[in-house]
Each structure stands twice: as C-alpha cells, then as structure tokens.
Design a protein around this ligand. Structure first.
Ligand code: ASP
Length: 349
C-alpha cells in the first residue's frame, strides 16, 4: 500500500555551499556538485518513494549569495509551486540564517520551504550533507509542515527561519534557536513538530529596486565613539544598531543616533544573541527607553542580522516609517499579530 510520503512531490534547489564542494586538485574545496549528484549520494532516498525534481539554481559559497539571488529563488519557487508539496534548498551554511528569513518573508504559499546544508564537505569522513538532505526532503514532504513557512533542517532538528542562528564555526550542531528552541526534531527518520508557529507574517511583494539599500549593522562595543557612524552619515538608507544587553549604547552615541533616526529608519537590536530588546525598564541616557523615545525602532526578539533582512525587505516596499515600525512590532514579537500592516498576508496556522 502506498505511504503518505510515496504520493508526495518535492523540488530541490541547489545553490552551492560546503554540501556541494569537492577538491578540484589544489587541496581546498569549492562548489562543484549538481543537485542530482547531491541526491545520488543520499542513502535511503529512493525508498522514501518521494518524487523529486531538481533545479541547479546557483553554484556559490554562501558568502557570495545576495538578496537578489534569494528574491529570484522565491519567485522561482512560487512559479513552480503548483503540484508540489514542499521545496528544499541546499546552500552554504554561512548565510542560512539570513537567506531563510528572507525566504520566510517572501514565501506566501502553504507548502514548506526547507533550507539545509552541511558543515563537513563530501570529501570528509562523516560528511553530514546526505543525512541533512534526507531529513530536509522528508520534512518538506510531510503534510504536518504545511503553513510553517521556511524551516531550517539540520542535524535532525527543525528550526523556524525567523529564530535560527549559526552559532559555531565547525560543529554539525551549529544551528540553534536561542529564542524558544527548535520547532521539532527528526526521530527515526520521521519529522515531528513539538511546537507550531501560530501565525506567520509575509510581505505583499518582493522588494524592488535596482540597487540594494545600504543598511550597515553597527555593533556597539566598550567605549564605542561612533566614528564610523559619523563617516556613514548621508550614505545609508537605514541602520541596525546591535546594542549592549537589552538595547543600550554609550551616552555619547545618543545624539548621532537621534540625527540618523530623524532621516532614516534605525533599528535597535541586541548584540547578546537572544532575548528581546526591552522598552521601558532602563531610563539612563542611551538606554532602550531613551533611544526608542528618540525614534529608534525596537527589534524585539529579532537579532541584528534578522533585523537587517526585514528592514531591507521593507525598504523595498515602503518608506512609511509608521508601517516599518508596525512591521517590526509584529515580526519582533511584541505586538498583536493583527497589527501586521498587510493583514491579507498574515497566515494563521
Ligand atoms: N562553511 C560554509 C558552508 O557550510 C561555506 C558556505 O557557506 O558556502 O557551506
């Protein structure tokens, strides 16, 4: 009797990364393997019965992928979406925490988009690519993943794109979700969600524009004077401040940040890596309360990299500061989801 899986259909888009890297002869590895070659190396894939199509979309290290690549990928996924139950993306792990979140914002269909990669390239003992691909395909094919947006499947864990971070340079357990943990796991090859996303905000259109907005992430450090910031004035379209703790900067930085916030959106995130930026606990100059009163936008639970992705996508759609603030309030987890500026694009589970 056919299993649920055997009637499922998944498209695999290969973008490059360590998972596809081999040594052409010089002792170092570069992306060479095609999507089909990646699948051939996966033991047990054929017995799942899942019907798989492949697309060789890019051949790049994760570091060279661009937002334009991901916007084009989202469009291709949408165009080929009829009749598939899920999409799998294989790519370099270096940028998965950003690409997956951008895909999550742009992917409006119910079927899941599952991103994976590898930490050990195919020439190494214990290469993790084949296991990650099998887990990603099983997850993408599973009916329980419908409505969950973009997921990152790695090391038998299922992470939500808006929370996942790369936290180790070499470990195969590099992906973690410091805010809330993984959504689920693969156990004996079966994907299982222990938590579900109750709602998922997406954007009404992909960001447009010939040039990408210039949005530096400025990490505040002990004794930071803002000299680089001053040099950037009038050259940026937006700014993300990775502040201390719950959203703090040195008092001497307050004036320059206030000047920036008068002309471009300035998002206040935390450099700590987890937890939310606060809003009303500390009152010293340079505290979160002081900066928000001066017009900075609270990132909430979004870390600086996710904040930058969201601001990039928003700036491609609108210059309206109130809309940008409302979007951050929902995406950052500190406002009612119903206040998402595009109610038709708030997907309820
Ligand atoms: N170390 C990276 C990877 O895991 C290289 C890249 O992002 O392409 O794939």
């Amino acid at each position: 009797m056919p299993t649920v899986e055997s009637s499922r259909r998944v498209t695999v888009f290969a973008l490059g990364g360590t998972i596809a890297m081999t040594d052409p002869g010089g002792g170092t590895v570069t992306p060479t393997l095609s999507a089909q070659q990646l699948l051939t190396a996966v033991p047990g894939l054929a017995t799942t019965g899942i019907e798989i199509d492949t697309v060789d979309f890019r051949h790049k290290p994760g570091a060279s992928l661009t937002p334009a690549d991901i916007v084009a990928l989202a469009a291709e996924i949408a165009a080929g979406g009829d009749g598939i139950d899920g999409a799998v993306i294989t790519q370099g792990t270096d940028t998965i925490e950003e690409t997956a979140y951008l895909l999550d914002l742009l992917h409006t269909a119910d079927f899941p988009v599952v991103v994976t990669g590898a930490m050990r390239n195919p020439t190494l003992a214990g290469a993790d690519g084949p296991a990650n691909i099998l887990a990603a395909i099983r997850t993408a094919a599973d009916p329980a993943m419908q409505g969950q947006g973009c997921l990152v499947v790695f090391n038998d864990e299922i992470h939500a794109a808006h929370r996942v971070r790369k936290t180790h340079t070499t470990s195969t357990a590099t992906f973690t979700s410091p805010n809330g943990g993984p959504l689920g796991y693969l156990t004996e090859n079966q994907p299982r969600l222990l938590n579900r996303r109750p709602h998922r905000p997406t954007l009404p259109a992909a960001p447009v524009g010939a040039t990408a907005p210039h949005i530096p992430v400025v990490t505040v450090t002990l004794g930071y004077t803002g000299s680089v910031l001053r040099a950037l004035a009038e050259q940026v379209d937006g700014l993300v401040v990775a502040g201390f703790g719950a959203g703090h900067v040195p008092a001497d930085l307050v004036d320059i940040l206030t000047e920036f916030a008068a002309t471009v959106p300035v998002v206040l995130a935390s450099r700590t890596g987890s937890g939310s930026v606060l809003s009303a606990t500390y009152g010293f100059p340079g505290s979160e309360q002081d900066l928000l009163a001066r017009g900075l936008v609270r990132a909430g639970y979004l870390d600086p990299l996710k904040s930058r992705i969201l601001l990039h996508a928003l700036l491609g759609l609108t210059a309206d500061r109130a809309v940008i603030a409302d979007a951050f309030a929902v995406a950052g987890g500190y406002a009612d989801p119903d206040s998402w500026p595009w109610p038709d694009h708030l997907h309820e589970d």
